[in-house]
Ligand binder design. Structure first.
Ligand code: CA
Length: 362
């Protein structure tokens, strides 16, 4: 039998990830029965055919099916196909489906501290996030938060650094944000609000029309790949970077805890390793496709790609610190996770400064 190079790559990543501790569950399931087939459902928060983000869970399910010789057969449903996109957490928690794929900040209304496991404005990017999650106690904290909901989480993807968004006017100073109607969700939205702007919640499908008609003055979405697909370059002229509000959004695989514990140990391990492999695939896909799409965008005459002025970035950074302190006052778990996140980050920054950051200056 010929083993495909991709499967070899998966097995290697599986070996690497298998060396780590800290993953939830493992070894608690029933005895292995080679004839028993588990038919599961996974719902996602992404639209059908959404590049990379929806491809990732579909590839994950296919890899699990191949590696388990069909014993774990996961059918994937895009947002709205089985349950509305933002009900993924509830569907997994209540056991209506076994799995979900999304990002933890979508459940901020239910679990405010979950936002630390997606992204934090001016926070850690992919490398720091995953060092914290896999090795620094992050995964344990994440799963403690979901314990009362009967769900467990594993990292499964990262967007990389997002773009700052599309604006219909230039941003020269922090005052230009005052009164600005911008689609920007989560903690980033709270920071904009504190800076005098007007954050607006809106789904991806509505963005182009809202920006083009002037219902909003600005919007962030993801990065060049996804922004170009929505045609945002035809709705606003100024494309700002970097995405201070989303420095590397971690995506999550949700699993119903009871159903997870019903899986034998070999299938649990296949799920964990396939999730780790999918993480790497999706992050590298984002880096590749964003760089290709940026080139296409930069060639368009009506688009100006601009950096936020340094003074604006520094003000937003300071307002972010105030915003996080205010949120920590409101919620005990938010404070607890923020303290752990901050302690890890301070330590990690020292290493980052004299490793990757030092080299980036050249
Ligand atoms: Ca975004």
């Amino acid at each position: 039998m010929k083993i495909k190079p991709f499967l070899l790559c998966l097995l290697f990543i599986a070996f690497l990830a298998g060396c780590e501790s800290g993953s939830p569950g493992g070894g608690t399931g029933p005895e292995i029965d080679a004839d028993k087939t588990y038919r599961w459902k996974m719902v996602t928060t992404w639209p059908a055919n959404f590049p990379v983000f929806q491809e990732a869970p579909e590839m994950f399910a296919e890899n699990v099916r191949i590696m388990s010789n069909g014993r774990l057969d996961i059918k994937v449903f895009a947002g709205g196909e089985l349950v509305p996109a933002l009900q993924v957490f509830d569907a997994v928690s209540q056991g209506a489906v076994e799995m979900g794929h999304g990002a933890a900040y979508y459940w901020a209304g239910k679990v405010p501290a979950a936002q630390f496991f997606s992204t934090v404005p001016f926070g850690m990017g992919k490398k720091g996030m995953e060092a914290w999650i896999y090795h620094g106690g992050g995964l344990e904290l994440w799963n403690e938060l979901y314990e009362p909901f009967g769900a467990i989480a594993l990292p499964m993807g990262n967007t990389g650094v997002q773009m700052g968004g599309w604006f219909n006017k230039k941003i020269d100073s922090i005052d230009d944000l005052k009164g600005l109607r911008m689609r920007i969700p989560g903690l980033g939205g709270k920071v904009l609000d504190r800076a005098g702007g007007n954050p607006i919640l809106m789904s991806g499908g509505e963005l182009y029309t809202a920006l083009e008609r002037g219902t909003i003055d600005a919007t962030e979405w993801v990065g060049p790949l996804h922004d170009l697909r929505l045609g945002l370059n035809r709705a606003a002229a100024y494309y700002y970077y970097p995405g201070w509000h989303e420095p590397g959004t971690e995506l999550e695989l949700l699993i119903n805890k009871d159903r997870w514990e019903s899986l034998p140990a070999d299938l649990q391990m296949i799920v964990k390793q396939a999730a780790a492999a999918t993480s790497e695939w999706s992050y590298s896909a984002m880096e590749y496709h964003n760089s290709q799409a940026l080139e296409a965008l930069s060639a368009k005459k009506n688009v100006q790609v601009l950096p936020f002025p340094r003074e604006v970035m520094e003000e937003l950074r300071d307002i972010t610190a105030e915003t996080l302190a205010v949120e920590a006052e409101k919620d005990h778990d938010f404070k607890r996770v923020y303290d752990a996140y901050r302690a890890f980050r301070e330590n990690y920054q020292q290493w980052r400064r004299l490793s990757s950051q030092a080299l980036e200056n050249y």
